[in-house]
Design a protein around this ligand. Structure first.
Ligand code: GCB
Length: 605
């Protein structure tokens, strides 16, 4: 079990949460000399940057945008005197990719893994009714012993450079909200929920963990605030009569209130919206509340101008509006767990989320999708350092599932993106991560991973671990693009026939397919990169999807254009977006909208 609580910070009767977002002091530390120079007591200079945000895209110097190493943040925080008998935490929504936290010069904690929250317990380090200095050292170097994988390279001029094994810019910093939190000494630490439907009624089985022995009580409120069920004890069941289910685009949310009681007095209270729904894979179907659902949507990124990968509340709103407009019902959080606010919005809007851990780049190449289509084989999971990587990966899965398990929107866990699977060494590695996810999730949601181009029947040793077979395929782009598209279709169908012949009796989902397209480029007849070609490409792939019954969803790559490392294959970023980076539609958006709006509700059921 994690040593700190993952519950989202909220102010309730017994809890306080103060946002620490805003401008923080900032500096880079090219020599990694910060500690020696005493920066834990206060960082030099007078520069300030916004939090949450990636630090890279504010500046005009390339050395900052491309910076690899330590960067430092600082902020003064006032701790109210009335909090004196409470537990005090600073909660970081994420620090990419690793961080050390100091308060009043004292080292408090460290955390590795750039896309999940952690708490710094500052109870014994703070001064009350006074300002306290918070300093955070954040490091963005890529390694093969943590996720996402990559290398850090030293250039002849001595500068460090990140070399991601993945295709998105290595944005970093304090990219998510920071909160100062106070909770009672005895507090609600975590809870699990599991649903069973029978006729019109639902049972919500629960297990609550607290840090003490006092009694626990639960209350469930409907949207009018009326109490519809109560229960007592750390484990039990809330019985809900005439339950309103959480459905796609009709997402009824109840309010769960958990309390620790001392007689009539409330020691701690925590509230969270929950949705009553079941998820299951049966044969080739993905079932939501027992009904088959065909996934339509996107692989996304958290990515926008200036803020980079920083949580951007305006982009979030726009993205959901665009997804509704185009007729999508789902997305995958490629290639890392997203900001928690995005899952809350998906809960409210009724979107289905495949929640991905940051296990990307497990294929030794800077452009893994290119290598994979050449059929080249590497043995990524046979390194001396693999056990260290596995440990970090498992830790991230535990943090992910603990953070996100109670979001109704989360219907599946994606445990890796495009790993190398053609070598036997991958098998024991996969076994551990898949078993762990199963053990941690009381709802036993389906697990999956996205298969790279060369992970085909006959070569891939790992697909049988997946409950949903998720394919990333680029026939007509990396393989036989342009005028050769008819040959791409033949090869695509040949591969799908091979999968069909295996008779796996599992749902297949396309987690990636797409064609780079410049938002301004038109050409009749088409050429690759033109808007016309993106449409031709989609007509071909859609015809293939419609030909196989066991294909139960299509999530195109990508929702929007996004920033990558510079290079000859990327025109200031990856342009496979159906929308531009500024979230305006390319022509293909209208084609997809027509298709997705016209597909029948229980398509292929
Ligand atoms: C992939 C990767 C994704 C890339 C995409 C592409 O297979 O999973 O991260 O961005 O291909 O566009 O090449």
């Amino acid at each position: 079990m994690l040593e700190y609580s993952m519950l989202y910070p909220r102010t309730t009767l017994s809890r306080r949460s103060i946002s620490m977002d805003g401008m923080w002091k900032f500096c880079t530390d090219a020599k990694s000399a910060g500690e020696q120079e005493g920066w834990n007591d206060g960082i030099p200079g007078n520069d300030r940057i916004p939090v949450p945000a990636s630090f890279q895209d504010f500046y005009t110097e390339k050395d900052i945008r491309e910076f690899a190493g330590d960067v430092w943040y600082e902020k003064d925080m006032f701790v109210p005197g009335e909090w004196e008998r409470k537990k005090i935490f600073i909660r970081f929504g994420a620090a990419t990719h690793r961080a050390v936290v100091y308060v009043n010069g004292r080292r408090i904690t460290e955390h590795e893994g750039g896309f999940l929250p952690f708490l710094a317990d500052v109870t014994d380090a703070v001064r009350y009714n006074a300002y306290n200095k918070v300093v955070v050292k954040v490091n963005n170097e890529l390694t093969v012993t943590n996720i996402p994988c990559g290398e850090t390279h030293i250039l002849p001029d001595g500068k460090k450079m990140n070399r991601p094994y993945f295709d998105f810019f290595n944005y970093a910093g304090l990219q998510r909200s920071v909160h100062l939190v106070a909770v009672p000494r005895e507090y609600i630490f975590d809870f699990d929920l599991q649903y069973a439907l029978s006729g019109k009624n639902a049972s919500v089985h629960y297990a609550v963990k607290t840090t003490g022995e006092h009694a626990v009580e639960l209350s469930l409120l409907d949207q009018t605030g009326k109490e519809v069920a109560t229960a007592k004890g750390k484990n039990g069941t809330l019985e809900v009569e005439n339950a309103r289910l959480w459905r796609v685009h009709d997402a009824y949310l109840y309010r769960l209130v958990v309390r620790i009681l001392d007689g009539d007095a409330i020691i701690d209270e925590y509230e969270q919206n929950i949705g009553i729904r079941t998820v299951e894979v049966k044969g080739t179907s993905i079932l939501l509340n027992g009904e088959s659902v065909y996934l339509k949507g996107f692989g996304k990124h958290e990515d926008s101008d200036i803020a980079g990968r920083g949580f951007n509340i305006c982009m979030m709103k726009r993205d959901f509006e665009l997804m509704k407009w185009i007729g999508a019902n789902s997305f995958r959080t490629a290639h890392y767990p997203y900001s928690e606010e995005i899952y809350e919005m998906a809960d409210q809007e009724g979107f289905l989320v495949i929640d991905e851990v940051a296990a990307v780049g497990m294929f030794e190449s800077l452009m893994n999708f290119m290598e994979a289509s050449t059929g080249k084989k590497t043995a990524f999971f046979e390194k001396e350092t693999t056990p260290i990587l596995l440990k970090a990966h498992k830790r991230a899965i535990e943090e992910l599932i603990t953070r996100d398990k109670n979001h109704p929107c989360v219907i599946a866990w994606s445990l890796l993106n495009e790993p190398e699977t053609t070598n036997e060494a991958a098998v024991p590695y996969f076994k551990e991560v898949f078993e762990l996810a199963h053990a941690l999730d009381v709802q036993k949601r389906p697990r999956t991973f996205a298969l790279i181009m060369n992970s085909v029947p006959g070569a891939c040793k790992c697909y049988s671990f997946s409950d949903i077979i998720a394919l990333n395929r680029y026939y007509g782009w990396y393989v036989k693009g342009g005028y050769e598209i008819s040959e791409a279709e033949v090869l695509f169908r040949k591969e799908m026939d091979e999968w069909k012949a295996l008779n796996l009796n599992k749902p297949f989902l396309f987690t990636e397919y797409g064609a780079d397209t410049l938002g301004m480029e038109h050409k009749l007849p088409s050429v690759m990169w033109s808007q016309e070609y993106q449409e031709e490409y989609l007509n071909m792939t859609n015809a293939v999807f419609d030909s196989y019954d066991f294909i139960r969803g299509e999530q195109i790559w990508n929702f929007a254009d996004f920033q990558t490392t510079e290079g000859i294959l990327r025109v200031n970023g990856n342009k496979k977006g159906i929308f531009t980076r500024q979230r305006q539609p390319k022509d293909a958006a209208y084609l997809l909208r027509k298709r997705w709006k016209e597909l029948p509700p229980y398509y292929k059921a």
